[in-house]
Design a protein around this ligand. Structure first.
Ligand code: HEC
Length: 100
C-alpha cells in the first residue's frame, strides 16, 4: 500500500511539472520589435545604411521576413534573425512598424 501511495505521489509530481508554465514567456510584439533597434534604429527609424522599418508597408515587411526566413533572400544577419519569429509574430511586427 505504501508503495502504491509513493507511486501516485511520483506520478502526480511528474504531471505537475508537465503542466507548469514555460520558464520564459514570449515577449510582447513591441518588445520584440525593440530587438531590431540596434541596426534599424529606435522604432525602426534607422540613420545608418540599414533599411528604415518605420512606416514600411505590411506586405513589404512580411514578404522580406518570409524570404529571409526561407533563405530566398540572402542576408547573413537577417537570415538568422528571421528564424526566431513565427508567422503571426512577423505579421504583428509588420503592423507595429507600419505605425511608427
Ligand atoms: C545586426 C543588425 C540587424 C538587426 C539586429 C536586424 N536587422 Fe534587419 N536588416 C539588417 C540589414 C543589414 C538589412 C539589409 C539586408 C539586405 O537587404 O541585404 C536588413 C533588412 C531588413 C528588412 C528588409 C527591409 C527592406 O526594405 O528590404 C527587414 C524587413 C528587416 N531587416 C527586419 C528586421 C527585424 C524585424 C529585426 C528584429 C527582429 C531586424 N531586422 C534586426 C540588419 C539587421
Amino acid at each position: 500500500m505504501k508503495k502504491i501511495s509513493l507511486l501516485i505521489i511520483a506520478v502526480s509530481a511528474i504531471a505537475t511539472v508537465d503542466a507548469a508554465e514555460p520558464i520564459a514567456k514570449r515577449p510582447s510584439l513591441e518588445r520584440m520589435a525593440h530587438a531590431c533597434s540596434g541596426c534599424h534604429g529606435t522604432y525602426g527609424h534607422a540613420i545608418a545604411p540599414t533599411p528604415v522599418l518605420a512606416g514600411i508597408s505590411e506586405e513589404g515587411f512580411v514578404k522580406a521576413m518570409r524570404e529571409f526566413k526561407a533563405g530566398q533572400r540572402e542576408s547573413s544577419i537577417m537570415n538568422r534573425i528571421s528564424q526566431a519569429y513565427s508567422d503571426e509574430e512577423i505579421v504583428g511586427m509588420a503592423q507595429f512598424f507600419k505605425k511608427q
